[in-house]
Design a protein around this ligand. Structure first.
Ligand code: B12
Ligand code: SF4
Length: 508
């Protein structure tokens, strides 16, 4: 069968600072290839809708599989599915990924038959079974674990047993030089572990993976890395080096193989402090950047997001990273309730610290706890605005002023880390990229003003809404975390963190 895997277009954030390979979709597509099917992958982050329609016309895929990790991509995916269905009425269209798993039923409803099936959970666990069932008895598809069709819904999705068994399909990507993050240009992605044992209330990483934590063996990681051409590596783990011995063992395995790369990873302040020696070792191996989700610069904010870390520790983590010579990008969450004074305080802080500060807007996503508990009414259910750069909760300031303040605050980042200012410190790197024909990083430096624009953001709210998200359930004060998971009770290690001992313990 001809199987076409499709990744949707970029959202605001990935129009400037980075563009990363769709690793999850590659892995899903590879399982289809290993099952004996003909597979192609198109990534609309770097290819156009015209290219997509061209493939439909010339290659005539029988199965089209959309990756829907981001809620803001739902309308685009539905429209592309509808267009494909009218062009190729016999094609079978599926969607999967993080956001699709939490909104399966509504995606099917909006698509009115253009999307035939949503597969929840990890694609590698279900796609081979789906392909078998598709060949043998299409009518029974909805009985598969994780499958949802207009005829019904199967049992909860199952997990991948061992990450080491997962194949990667990096060669399926057609334009590998287009992927980058900051100066890591070009950059490939890799996964060391899956899942997160914390339970921040604005995040769905832990509900998607049922608070499980599984890791790849160091040998498998080293073998994978040895096969990657790109000099830059983005580690996709939610919280890298949660287990210090795993981080050290991977480091030793890649050192033994003599692999030299530059790395970017995301982690938490307390993990950095607790496992400083791991980060120190990795700095020697080529770790250049870490992304720290600080989220707030006051205790009250940290408590509100149930981040499970104190302000003091977050600040100590910044000091620690500085002392190691690792560049840090910080994320802060802007509450739509912020007034001018609050923005001003944040701006001052952003100017005081040397780090790159990214500001995202607090957004209740399906699959998170705040989706159930946020008592403020959503001001919009337009999927496209759920990209954490738009306000979908009532703002204290008039909306136009909120965006003006937000963009002015983000402008600090632009002034400090983009444009000529950035070029001064990176001229040699930029020149060497250009000599190799790599232009992603240099182009990024001047894109800020065309993407971050208060007027454009405000105008997005006035666009006609074709597909509206289903509303959240009536607000609850307390939610049973288990009711948020997409998986059934798991048979693998479910871990949580003991706040006193800071050790992982079994059980939820
Ligand atoms: C790496 C990452 C990114 C990368 C993107 C890499 C890429 N090109 O895909 C970057 C840094 C660019 C990024 C940016 C953003 N991200 Co992000 N990101 C992640 C992260 C940490 C890991 C994703 C990953 O690669 N995982 C590893 C691979 C193997 O898994 P996967 O991609 O999920 O794929 C598996 C399944 O989802 C499924 N699957 C995927 N596709 C398909 C397709 C089919 C047909 C099937 C059956 C299954 C299937 O099977 C795959 C294999 O198991 C997740 C958190 C998480 N744990 O998932 C957040 C996450 C996906 N991101 C999130 C957000 C909010 C964003 C941003 C909007 C944030 C921002 N600052 O603006 C941006 C916007 C991105 C954009 N499209 O422009 C949210 C999504 C929330 C939502 N509901 O929309 C997540 C869930 C984090 C969170 N909990 O809040 N992100
Ligand atoms: S630590 Fe990070 S990935 Fe884990 S739940 Fe919190 S925000 Fe999500």
């Amino acid at each position: 069968m001809r199987f076409l895997a499709v990744h949707p277009s970029p959202l605001m954030y990935s129009k400037i600072f980075l563009r990363l390979e769709p690793l999850g979709l590659e892995m899903v597509a590879e399982t289809a290839r290993q099952a004996g099917h003909k597979v192609r992958l198109i990534d609309l982050q770097v290819e156009s809708h015209k290219d997509y329609f061209q493939i439909l016309k010339t290659w005539k895929p029988e199965i089209i599989a959309f990756s829907c990790n981001y809620l803001a991509n739902v309308p685009e995916i539905i429209d592309l599915a509808r267009a494909a269905k009218s062009q190729l009425p016999k094609s079978f269209i599926i969607a999967g990924g993080h956001s699709a798993s939490f909104t399966a039923r509504e995606i099917l409803d909006h698509a009115e038959g253009a999307v035939d099936c949503v597969l929840k959970g990890e694609g590698e666990a279900v796609v081979p079974r789906f392909l078998e069932a598709f060949r043998e008895d299409r009518k029974a598809l909805h009985t598969l674990p994780g499958a949802v069709t207009l005829s019904g819904e199967g049992p909860a999705p199952s997990f991948v047993e061992n990450l080491d068994d997962l194949p990667t399909g990096r060669d399926l990507l057609r334009h590998r030089r287009k992927y980058f993050i900051g100066v890591l240009d070009p950059c490939a992605s890799i996964e060391f572990a899956r899942g997160c044992p914390w339970s921040c209330n604005f995040c769905s990483a832990w509900t998607f993976y049922n608070r499980s934590y599984r890791s790849k063996s160091p040998e498998k990681v080293a073998d994978e890395l040895a096969g990657i051409q790109e000099p830059g590596i983005f580690i996709v783990d939610d919280v890298a080096f949660t287990q210090p011995c795993h981080g050290m063992e991977i480091g030793r395995a890649i050192e033994k193989k003599g692999i030299r790369k530059k790395y970017y990873l995301e982690t938490r302040g307390d993990v950095l402090l607790r496992n400083k020696e791991v980060f120190e070792y990795w700095k020697r191996l080529g770790l250049e950047y870490i992304f720290l989700g600080l989220e707030a610069i006051d205790e009250e904010g940290l408590k509100k997001f149930r981040k499970g870390i104190s302000l003091g520790k977050n600040f100590a983590a910044l000091e620690c990273a500085r002392s190691l010579g690792i560049t840090v990008a910080i994320n802060l969450i802007a509450d739509p309730a912020w007034d001018r004074e609050r923005f001003e305080v944040i701006r001052k802080w952003c100017l005081e610290v040397p780090e790159i500060v990214n500001i995202s807007v607090m957004t209740p996503y399906p699959g998170t706890e705040i989706w159930h508990t946020e008592s403020r009414q959503l001001t919009s259910r337009d999927y496209r605005l759920y990209d954490i750069q738009h306000a979908v909760l009532p703002t204290t300031l008039p909306l136009d002023e909120f965006y003006a303040e937000l963009v002015q605050t983000q402008q600090v980042l632009n002034a400090k880390h983009l444009g000529w200012e950035a070029l001064k410190g990176t001229a040699r790197i930029a020149a060497s990229h250009l000599l190799r024909g790599q232009t992603n990083f240099v182009k990024m430096l001047w894109k800020f003003n065309s993407v971050y624009n208060a007027k454009l953001q405000l105008a997005d709210h006035a666009k006609p809404v074709k597909y509206e998200m289903y509303p959240p359930p009536p607000c609850e004060e307390k939610v049973d975390p288990k009711s948020l998971y997409i998986h059934a009770a798991s048979n693998h290690a479910v871990r949580s963190l003991d706040a006193k001992t800071e050790q992982f313990v079994q059980g939820t």
